[in-house]
Each structure stands twice: as structure tokens, then as C-alpha cells.
Design a protein around this ligand. Sequence first.
Ligand SMILES: *Cc1c(COP(=O)(O)O)cnc(C)c1O
Length: 811
Amino acid sequence: MIKKDTFDKEKFKKELESNVRMLFRRNLDEATTQQIYQAVAYSVKDDIIDNWIETHKAYEKQDKKMVYYMSMEFLMGRALGNNMINLLCYDEVRETLEELGLDMNLIEDQEPDAALGNGGLGRLAACFLDSLATLGYPAYGCGIRYRYGMFKQKIENGYQVEVPDNWLKYGNPFEIKRDEYAVEVKFGGYVDVEMHNGRQKFVQKGYQSVRAVPYDMPIVGYGNHIVNTLRIWDAEAINNFNLDSFDKGEYEKAVEQENLARTICEVLYPNDNHMAGKELRLKQQYFFISASVQRAVAKYKQTHDDIRKFHEKVTFQLNDTHPTVAVAELMRILVDEEGLEWDEAWEVTRKTCAYTNHTIMAEALEKWPIELFSRLLPRVYQIVEEINRRFVIEIQNKYPGDQEKIRKMAILYDGQVRMAHLAIAGSYSVNGVARLHTEILKKRELRDFYEMMPEKFNNKTNGITQRRFLLHGNPLLASWVTDKIGDDWITNLDHLKHLKVYVDDEKCQQEFMNIKYQNKVRLAKYIKEHNGIDVDPRSIFDCQVKRLHEYKRQLMNILHVMYLYNELKAHPDMDIVPRTFIFGAKAAAGYYTAKLTIKLINAVADKINNDPSINGKIKVVFIEDYRVSNAELIFAAADVSEQISTASKEASGTGNMKFMLNGALTLGTMDGANVEIVEEVGKDNAFIFGLSAEQVMEYEKNGNYNPRDVYNNNQDVRQVLTQLVNGFYSPENPELFRALYDALLEKDTYFTLLDFDSYKEAHNRIDAAYRDEQHWARTAMLQTASAGKFSSDRTIEEYAKEMWHLEKVTL
Ligand SMILES: *Cc1c(COP(=O)(O)O)cnc(C)c1O
């Protein structure tokens, strides 16, 4: 076992050499950097295996309750660095590699990100796994082994181009295929009723099926010998076609099944906060849920004989509605396969499942056409019908004669299966992801459900893991913090508050800002290499990195940059603190407005960065292919964190927390977790602007906002909008940005123009604040010192204690 106290450099070198020979038939000095990465990864995996086995033995022996975190997405990023950190051998391996003349950073850079997620929802799942293992809670992550994860983003001529992300090209050193746990998952066909011992039995026939094969990835806890599992499922064809058979029907079926197996795990749908309604997506959902639930039941039965007590040992956390079919699938298994009566099965199911809501955006709500759902999942659909029938009776009993309640709450309505309603009906808990979001759910979106079953509703404010986003991502700051307050913060982030005694200490302020400067130099180097742009590390690094979505308002950010540029051109002597505006964002491949916004950002960048007359006072950088690995560099280097969503639209945000942890000041609306960030750090230590959630929702209700009023009364807004359609940023095609112009002037769904002045004024406050170096340093340090609440360790403790009722395992 590699441990801080026992790490044996010579042994590690030998292992490395032997791995390179065994894997690639080469000596170390002949190996490519990719081959060395693989060899290092295998050495590290070797050190994980014993603990992985021991952990699972302990789980069985101690028979503790287990959480299955069900998620379509796990945005893991790279594993090697994180695993070494949590094994407490990072520095030792780095030193050993240095002795061999090898650079750890270059080796880490060889690992492709496991980008099995879109954005915040998938990264939350990854942070939760890290916290679960570190806290010693028995847990599985259950998901899909997409053969192509999130697409790679290239910027060509300013436009986003999507390139397949073949992340498994060189294999994945950390995963283990568990063929022995493969299960069958069935689609389509019809349901027959047979009599078995005087009881009706429902049997799916004429179906197509695939073989779900799990791959396990180790999730290493920090310094505690615990190793949990992320189990991601791949699909294989179920039967090898028999060449002797000339039966045409058989042949076609075999080919179809081959195709199904090939396509089902092919790609991750690149939509964030948007429901596309594709048949293959529903197949993916049922595929990994059926496999995971089947395995969970089988595993439980190995050591328990009363399935009626399943919920005492197992809980399923549904990460958004994507895994909601678990409610019906568990019912199917309990009723059809385990022979429980409906009421018994329903009680077990309702005590097993819990649902996390992630958004109130209408276009993200999952609704499947009944036609599709029932054709694809005929038996599961029958079960949903019965759940709905009984749920409607419950509603009627509670609200006799109130048809409106049924219309609003039924699971099946208007030809659709409403997945959120199924999730709420079938769960013991419904949680929002930040205080404001949960309040909006209770008061508005889910009000009827809240009134009918208030006991289910609760809040769990999101968090992030400090092991990745400080200890790994910002090693300079991490060791500075440890020098000041010891290293307890690594597993108890509340300890950061002990930094508060240093915020007025001038020497500490200088040290803190010097580390920020080093990190800005590191990012500037990355930008030079990837964008060919020189940025000044002494300028303010003002960052907005997150998925591109209209509600997140990257458009407002770039419109403000356009405004600033106009000001600089009109007043060349204007005294502003130099600013580098840094963007990073992928847009869903089919999201036209989002992709046009990327083009606009790049067009503005091109013009401004190449205009010598402004003396480099502003620069604009679009970082290609935003993902976990380059995010770590950006958070560490940021001075300003742009969290500017239209109030009420961002359920929580977690990027905001990563920036705060790394000492960036928040420029934001009172939305999502920003509210709680401001509460922790103090409102004088953040730049807050814009409409409140209440105000936005009032305007939406009354429909009394007219963006033309802003346009008519605001000369600055008029000028930048005109520049969208007069060729200022697209001389070859003046109409290029017309769609953005029209969207803003006709509806401005996200109140960009209405918030513009207030946003501008907040930027002025930043300019003024940055001039007072000492005060800025103090405020930056306060961000880190106040970030304790936003550890995913705190979030997971809340889930474990208040919802799951899990106990920790000790090794
Ligand atoms: C944290 C994170 C997100 C979520 O960012 P938000 O600003 O909360 O939307 C998305 N992508 C990556 C790579 C992240 O690390």
C-alpha cells in the first residue's frame, strides 16, 4: 500500500518499469508519455485493489444500509491525480517521477477527462461520490458507460464544432469489467397474462433484449482506506447469431438486437436543462435503471431473505427525473418476480426511492408520450398506469370533487407520462438543491404536491469537493492554507473559518495575492498555448465558465464587454483597470441561439484583442472545450466569478462555490446558491445586482415587461444592440447576429436588457474595488475563509442523516 509514511520510491520505480514492459514491451526510456501515464495509473490501481476488496467485505460483514446514487451523468474528470491525492501519495509519486526525469503535470495531461456528463448535475454526482467515500458511507454510483462522452468542442472561425470524444481510445486503466454481474434488459413486445399457482403472472413476450455488463471504477476515500464503486453499464448483444439458422425472422431479430446493443450506450445526449424527447434517451434511462435495480435486488437477496425489508438496507437517490423509471422497475421486480402484493411492493418502493429536483425550467421537465413509453416498456407502462390510478384516488380522497387538482398532479395526463410526478409519488423525499430553489418549488412549481405531502419536501444545498477543487486544482493555495491552519480543512471544510484571523494581516494578504498571481500566470500560459493570445496576469481575470444557456446570460456579459469597448473608443484616456474577460462554455449541438452567442463572443474577442488603440486594456478569451481538467486551472486563477443567471432560473450552481473556495469575488444575481454564498461572506464582500427572483416571477406572471422601453431609454443599450445588426462585429455578414437582436428586442425572456444597467454599475464597483489592493486581498481571502459550508461533505452528511439514515463503516 502506498502511504505517506510507507511510500517506497524504489519499489514504485520498479513497478513502473515492469508495467511499461508488460503493457507495451518497452523500457521506461523508450515509452511515450501516454504509455508512462498508463503505467503510473496501473501502479496506482494496484494500490487501490486491496482496499477496494476490504471495503466491500466490510460492507457485507457490517450489513449497513447502502445508497445507490442513480444518475445519467457522472462528470468525473481525470482520475489519476485525484486517486493519488486521496491515497495520500501525490507528492511522493511526483517526486519519484521527477527523479526519473518525468513531469507529473505532463503525465496527468495524458489522461482524457471522463466527461460522462454535461455540466453541474453530472459534476455534483462526481463530487458526491468523493464525499461518500471520504465520509465512509456505503455507496454505489450507477450510470452509463457512454462510449463517447461529452463531445469535444473545437472553435473554428469563431464557431463551435463538435468532435466525438473517444475517451476510451487507449482503454481505461482504472475500470474493471464485471462480466459475472451481467443482466438482461428487455424492450418492446407485449405482455401476456399466465396463471401460476392460482395467481396472475404478467410476462413480457416478443421483446428485444440486450445484455447489460457493468464496469466498475474505484472511488477512493481521502486517507481512510475506503474504496467505493462507480458502476457504469455497457450493452452487449445477447445472443450470437446462429449461422445455421436461415429463419428470416430470427435473423432480423438478431440483427436488430445487435444494433440496439451498439447504439444504446453510444453517446451522452448533450442537452443541459433541456428535454429532447428522443426514443433512444428513454432506452438509455431504462437500460441502466433496470440493470442497476436488478443487481441491487440480487445483491440484497444474497444476504437477506425478506424482500419486504429491502428499504432498510437500500436507498435509491434519483438525480433529477432521468432515473425515475426506477420507481416502476422496482415495483415490477417486487410484484412480478418477487411475488409481493401491490400494497406491500408500493410501501417498499416508496420507502426506497428519493428524488432530487434540479430545475424549474419548463423545457427541462421530462414528459414522455404514452405511445412511446408503452411501446418501449409495455409491462413497466402497465405498472405506471396502476400507480397513476391509485395516486388519482389519493388525490380525490384528499380533495373530493376537485378536478383541477387531478389535472395538475396526475402522472398520466394529456397523452404523456410526467416523470416528475411519478418521482414525487414514488419517493419518500423530494429535495431542492439550494434554499431559494426549494422555496420556489414549494411555493410555485410543486405547490400542489407540497400541500398534499409537505413531509416529503426538504432542501439540500449543493456542495463541491475541496479535494479536487482546492487540494488538487490549486496546490499553492492548498499548502498555504495548511501552513496557516493545519490540514483538517481537507476533510472538514468548516475549518477554513480559522483563516479569518489573517484577513487583516498585510503579509498574509500579500502571500494570498501572490499565489493568485502565480495561478494567473499558469492560466495565461495555458491561454497562450491554446489560443495564441497574450493576457496580462496583472489584469483582473473576470471569468464566466459554465454551460452555454440563455438563462445563464453569457450574452449579457459579452454585451457589457461591447459597451466597455465603445466607452474606450469614445474616451481613449478613460482610466480603467485592465480586464481579461474569460469565457468557457459548450453549447448543446442543436441549440442555435447558444451557438450564435459563442460566435459573437469570438467575434468580439477578435476585434478587441486586435485593436492596438485600446492598449490591451480589455482582452476577451474563449477557452475551447471547457471541462473539469481545465476548469481546475480557471477557478484557481479567477479574480471575479460571474454568476449572472436571471434570478429564479439557476437552481443552485456549483461553479460559484468552486470560485469562492479559490478566492474569487462573486459578481452575481440573488439566484440559486449565490444567496447562501452572500450570506456566508457578507453582502459587502460580493457584487450583487439585478432583479430579485420575486421581481422576475412577478413580471412573468403579469407579462408587463417590454424590452423596447429599455431600448428607447438607454443609449448604451441601443448602441450595442445596433452593433449586432450593422456588421460592426461581422462585416462580411451584417445580419449574422440578427437572431440575438430579435430575441432581445421582441421578448427578452431572460431580462437581459432590464438588468443591464445594474450589471454595468456592479462592474464599476469591481473596477473601483480592485484599485484598493489591500482591501481586495482581504475580501478575496474572506471568500476562501467563508467557503466552509459549500463542501459536498456537508451536503452528503445532510442527505445521510436526514434522508438516507446511513451509518458509516469503519475499516
Ligand atoms: C462545476 C462545473 C459545472 C457547473 O457550473 P455552473 O456554473 O454551476 O453551471 C459545469 N462544468 C464543469 C466542468 C464544472 O466543473
